[in-house]
Design a protein. Structure first.
Length: 196
């Protein structure tokens, strides 16, 4: 049994009940329901659900912005339930990371399978996103260290290897990261040269 939490976005009570009747017996925990994009966003921020089941009977133009925010911020994964012939929605789905689609009419087996697949995809995309952020941070840190090394080489006449060892020694002596030491050296250099 799963303990994933979900929200439903719909204006139809029958849709809301049908989704709950499918998911709750499988251990999914229903948190609430929103009838418009503002209420949905408020619920997402408040309850931090694992996923949302969205009935595309809600005004698409309003909903699109909310879904883009949820997708961009990776707040949770979403399953849209609607007409598979809507070209605008299909085009929207091409550019999303964690939004899936399920055709109407609502089918128990297909919904369950879509939730499972969307959950796996969300975990995979989250891991990739985390790795990308870590790689970007390391790259930015590397750029700062290289810039600080160049400053030390220029100001103190050190070789590249000596400049790196100097940075590392300062880092160890002060128990400060090499990134912070590098930022300080760059700041000091820019202040001394009148740069902002």
């Amino acid at each position: 049994m799963t303990e994933e939490k979900y929200l439903v976005a719909t204006t139809e009570n029958s849709f809301h009940i049908a989704v709950r009747n499918i998911l709750n017996p499988l251990g999914y925990m229903f948190l609430g329901s929103g009838t418009d994009s503002i209420a949905l966003m408020r619920l997402v921020r408040r309850y931090n659900p694992d996923f949302i089941v969205v009935d595309l009977g809600i005004q698409w133009r309003e909903l699109k912005h909310t879904l883009e925010t949820i997708d961009d911020e990776m707040l949770c994964f979403c399953i849209l339930i609607g007409d598979h012939k809507d070209i605008e929605i299909l085009n929207f789905l091409e550019n999303t990371k964690v939004i899936s689609f399920c055709s109407k009419p609502l089918n128990r087996d297909i919904l369950i399978q879509t939730v499972d697949m969307a959950s796996m995809n969300y975990r995979r995309v989250s891991q990739l996103d985390k790795k990308l952020k870590e790689a970007t941070e390391k790259y930015e840190e590397r750029k700062l260290i290289d810039k600080a090394k160049r400053i030390l080489m220029e100001e103190e006449g050190l070789s590249e290897n000596e400049a790196y060892k100097d940075l590392r020694k300062r880092s160890m002596d002060t128990r400060t990261s090499m990134k912070d030491i590098s930022e300080f050296i760059i700041y000091k250099h820019q202040s001394g040269n009148g740069k902002k």
